[in-house]
Design a protein around this ligand. Structure first.
Ligand code: SF4
Ligand code: SF4
Length: 410
């Protein structure tokens, strides 16, 4: 336990600005992102997972049990929390954990606090790009080929890059060392299965999260290596290095929801997001709008369903609840301390807010696409009423998944 004591933090020296932040105002407006004058870049050590390593308030006994549960199945009695549920969840993490833990002795957690190390550096022969349009299409095709469900490209914007990164072993900070000359960020979305998420919260349903991370680790490494093989810089990244949601919105992957998640057209909030920073010349996508903001203004399902009142039912605000929130951006902000406290009590992640969200649907069905269309019109209240009336968002018992009922329905 000694290495979990709060560290004496060195003064955090904020990196110099290397970009003109005012130049992003136009694209911010287009994306519906309002960044105010008091905005400051986020320090990675303040995210909840890092705080659980150094902040006494967060590094509770329950938090330690939560982390230990990832190493050995944690036994509880309820459906969805038995040994087989934790065994499946932990098995789903194997690929992501194998990448994450290879630098563990040095306190490096690739994909979580540190970017993913390159396998081979950029080829010395840089291919000449005759058409940026063709190259952009090609990169998206390659990303899809490797398994990406969604791909969009946005400008490199240092405002979202963390001021420093956190070392889990030394509890110290170090600079985020990205290559110079980056111009673009390729944002990649990875869908999680609808059926299993219906039993959130449970260790069983968290399998979708672990599987998502394991899948995205492989996909992001493939894409980054392809770009490096063409002679360009490419840094693969998951939760590390920068905030993802503002970049995903700007890259046209979806809109921002009251529950602080990205809501995509094709998978709703049921996506994980990874990214590749690159200097390859690429065109940037435009943000998309399909009525989420207006729908969230009417809907409060996530707010009402959250067991610890972590989600706001009010309007967007400029400042958050605590140091784990980003200040200076006008948005709905979740109280991450309350949320993470509930995760640690469960010994696994929660995502009730994802389950109940009316955008959490199987959009391969035509009537779900019709419901999404309705949600984007002036009849959104009708869609919300129908959604509740028809029982969408209710929890399925984990046993239903184990019994193979979903497979029988396919
Ligand atoms: S994950 Fe659970 S605890 Fe956290 S905000 Fe969502 S509903 Fe609340
Ligand atoms: S549950 Fe409702 S309010 Fe919450 S994010 Fe989804 S649509 Fe928005």
């Amino acid at each position: 336990m000694s290495d979990r004591k709060p560290a004496e933090w060195p003064a955090n020296i904020r990196p110099e600005k290397t970009q003109d932040w005012d130049a992003f105002k136009e694209s911010d407006t287009e994306a519906g992102i309002q960044v105010n004058d008091d905005f400051e870049r986020f320090e990675q050590r303040n995210d909840m997972f890092c705080r659980s390593q150094w902040d006494e308030k967060i590094a509770t006994k329950a938090a330690m049990e939560f982390w230990r549960g990832h190493r050995k199945p944690n036994f509880r009695k309820g459906d969805g929390f038995r040994q087989r549920d934790f065994a499946l969840r932990n098995a789903s993490w194997v690929m992501a954990s194998s990448i994450m833990e290879r630098g563990f002795s040095e306190g490096i957690r690739e994909g979580f606090t540190d970017d993913i190390k390159q396998f081979h550096p950029p080829d010395s022969n840089k291919v000449k790009i005759e058409s940026v349009e063709d190259m952009t299409r090609e990169i998206k095709q390659v990303a899809k080929y490797f398994g990406a469900d969604l791909v969009g490209i946005t400008e490199y914007d240092e405002r979202w890059v963390y001021t420093s990164k956190f070392n889990v072993r030394t509890k110290e900070e170090s600079p985020v060392a990205l290559p110079e000359g980056l111009t673009s960020v390729i944002m990649v979305g990875h869908a999680m299965e609808y059926d299993i998420i219906k039993s959130m919260p449970s260790a069983l349903a968290s399998t979708a999260v672990g599987k998502g991370y394991s899948t995205e680790a492989a996909i992001v490494m493939h894409i980054a290596q392809y770009i490096r093989n063409l002679g360009y810089e490419a840094v693969g990244s998951m939760n590390d290095t920068s905030l993802t949601i503002p970049q995903a919105i700007k890259a046209g992957l979806g809109e921002y929801g009251r529950h602080n998640m990205l809501i995509t057209r094709d998978f709703g909030p049921r996506v994980r997001i990874s990214k590749i920073f690159t200097d390859m010349p690429l065109y940037h996508d435009k943000p998309i709008k399909f009525g989420v903001t207006e729908f969230c203004e009417e809907c409060r399902r996530c707010y009402e369903a959250c067991p610890v009142d972590a989600i706001t039912g009010g309007p967007p605000t400029n400042s958050g609840h605590n140091k784990s929130n980003v200040d200076g951006v006008e948005k709905w902000t979740t109280n991450c301390e309350k949320c993470f406290g509930y995760w640690t009590a469960l010994r696994t992640d929660c995502a009730i807010c994802m389950r109940v969200c009316p955008y959490n649907k199987n959009f391969s069905k035509w009537y779900m696409r019709a419901a999404r269309w309705l949600a984007g019109t002036a009849l959104r209240k009708l869609m919300l009423w129908l959604d509740i009336r028809l029982g969408y968002g209710e929890r399925d018992m984990p046993q239903k998944w184990w019994s193979g009922d979903y497979q029988k329905l396919k």
